[in-house]
Ligand binder design. Structure first.
Ligand code: 6LW
Length: 532
């Protein structure tokens, strides 16, 4: 008996030791790599939910869930029915801007702006994985970047940003507050200016979020625009509608002073969360750079916040976002590894796949372990929904590969692999009836980089990115790949040059280039592998 108790104790002790060893003491930033801008976060009990902006990608507004603020699982999208929004004709930088997610009284709310497609709206859900309600449009709410805040008396406030008439300085904007009557589904009462930003020439004061902390209102906004000068500033008031007084600590977080060559910049657009263990953390966007280029777009980072009085101090002792730091005091909850190969099992695409712009008609099927994509006349160079499916590029060192079966009978029928940023900036490696062609589109100018004869129906297409370089290849099997087109530059999909706000994707594409076609192309599998 004694021996059993002792051995049970030893086994339990070892189990605790193993668990303790498994749980790292630190975490790495970014917590969501690749195209994950404008993060907003909320906590319900010991569950955390996060949403990002997605512009014209569909489905839009991904919802992530986490137990530890470090490991995030994609559980759904707030915009996943084509009737909800229409991105037709919109450039890749418009559409769904910065959302805010909040939980109140048993209901999740996401408030957002669809720029050039209806402006401000909110959706609700009792389960954040969905389904989400149809959008409730708020035609009286000017500007972008809406946020919601419930005061102790149950009143709900809409906090937004808008331009100002008669600007005193260029790019002056304001954060404002107005009551939102959720019964009437509209803004009511007076609109109050909260701040123009803390600096006397603050530019693009945006992304406001309001919190009540120790009985005082805390307003956090971004200033400086979403590039080099991005920053977070905080402002305090005893009354929800202000006046708000800028904290002397401002900017409370920025990398604007780190210089052009610092590898992490554009830190801003943050949202605070308090854990069940009384720690404060902030999620915010930032851009990683290689030789001053940003390939992966705006990513989501996490930083510790400690309050000194009413003042939030970000990563005390460091004052900047860290690539590695002590992780939140929360139960470590790692996720199952995402397999490299998507075998297209079941009858639905994995949540990671998106198309570009609203798909008003179905154009693909998943069955029998194959993804079949309909060739349609639409091309990805136009501002319409073409037969394109992409997933985010999450790493600076990555590989993507797919096995495709496709027998084109006419020259205008093409299908293959794409590295996509916008309708004007992308690569595509396509097979037609007798060849494989690599096309680069940069600032809207398409050029054929290489063409090789190829007549088999089956082909493996491959792309490998490394820093600023990208190399495409092809072969009859995945073990026999031949480079095509030499080393190309990922500057084509880097920020700038017409690439703004969104981020890059890799995936499949099919088109009949303006003519009708009955052809489908079949993909047996698609690999995405990230190395760094
Ligand atoms: C967003 C604004 C911003 O609405 O960029 O970085 C805009 N911040 O707050 C588009 O993501």
């Amino acid at each position: 008996m004694k021996i059993t108790i002792i051995s049970t104790l030893i086994v339990s002790f070892l189990a605790v030791q193993v668990a303790a060893q498994d749980a790292p003491s630190k975490f790495q930033n970014p917590i969501l790599s690749g195209y994950h801008p404008d993060p907003s976060i909320c906590r319900v009990g010991d569950d955390y939910y996060l949403v990002n902006s997605t512009f014209v990608w569909f489905p839009g507004l991904p919802i992530y869930h986490s137990k530890d603020l470090v490991n995030w699982q994609l559980i759904g999208h707030a915009i996943d029915r084509p009737e909800m929004v229409d991105f037709s004709g919109l450039p890749d930088k418009l559409g769904l801007f910065a959302p805010t997610i909040r939980y109140h009284d048993g209901m999740f709310y996401i408030i957002n702006t669809c720029v050039a497609c209806g402006m401000n709206f909110y959706v609700t859900a009792s389960d954040p994985a969905g389904p989400w309600s149809d959008p409730v449009w708020l035609p009286d709410a000017p500007g972008i970047d809406p946020s919601l805040f419930w005061d102790d008396n149950g009143k709900c406030y809409y906090t937004g940003m808008q331009g100002v008439e008669d600007e005193e300085w260029p790019t002056q904007t304001e954060a404002y507050n107005q009551e939102l009557d959720l019964e009437q589904q509209q803004l009511v009462g007076k609109r109050h200016n909260l701040t123009y930003g803390h600096a006397n020439n603050a530019s693009y004061t945006e992304g406001p979020h309001l919190y009540k902390i120790n009985g005082q209102y805390l307003l956090m906004v971004s200033e400086g625009g979403t590039g080099m000068y991005h920053a977070l500033t905080v402002h305090h008031s005893d009354s929800v509608n202000g006046p708000y007084i800028a904290d002397y600590i401002n900017p409370v977080l920025t990398h604007r002073h780190m210089g052009e060559d610092y590898p992490l910049h554009a830190i801003g657009h943050g949202d605070l969360v308090q854990t069940q263990n009384d720690e404060w953390w902030c999620v915010m966007l930032g851009k990683r750079r290689i030789e001053r280029e940003t390939i992966l777009g705006r990513e989501t980072f996490l930083a510790r916040v400690e309050f000194e009085g009413q003042t939030p101090v970000f990563n005390p002792g460091h004052g900047k976002v860290l690539m590695e730091q002590k992780r939140p005091d929360l139960p470590w909850s790692p996720l199952a590894l995402i397999p490299v190969r998507d075998n297209f099992e079941g009858d639905k695409l994995d949540l990671k796949w998106c198309t570009i712009r609203t798909p008003h008609e179905p154009f693909y099927t998943v069955s029998g372990g194959q993804l079949k994509v309909q060739l349609r006349p639409e091309v990805m160079d136009s501002l319409v929904n073409s037969s394109i499916l992409v997933q985010r590029i999450l790493h600076h060192q990555f590989e993507a590969k797919t096995q495709m079966r496709f027998k084109a009978s006419k020259g205008h029928e093409q299908a293959g692999l794409t590295v996509y940023r916008t309708n004007q900036n992308h690569y595509k490696l396509l097979k037609d009836n007798d060849s494989l062609v690599l096309i680069k589109s940069f600032k809207g100018r398409a050029s054929e980089i290489a063409r090789v004869p190829y007549s088999n129906d089956e082909v493996v297409l491959h792309v490998a990115g490394s820093g600023l370089d990208v190399q495409f290849s092809y072969g009859e099997t995945e073990d026999d790949l031949h480079p095509v087109g030499g080393t190309q530059s990922l500057r084509v999909i880097a920020d700038g040059n017409g690439n703004q706000f969104n981020g890059p994707g890799v995936g499949v594409y099919a088109t009949s280039n303006g003519k009708l076609s009955k052809l489908m192309v079949a993909f047996d599998w698609f690999d995405y592998k990230g190395m760094d």
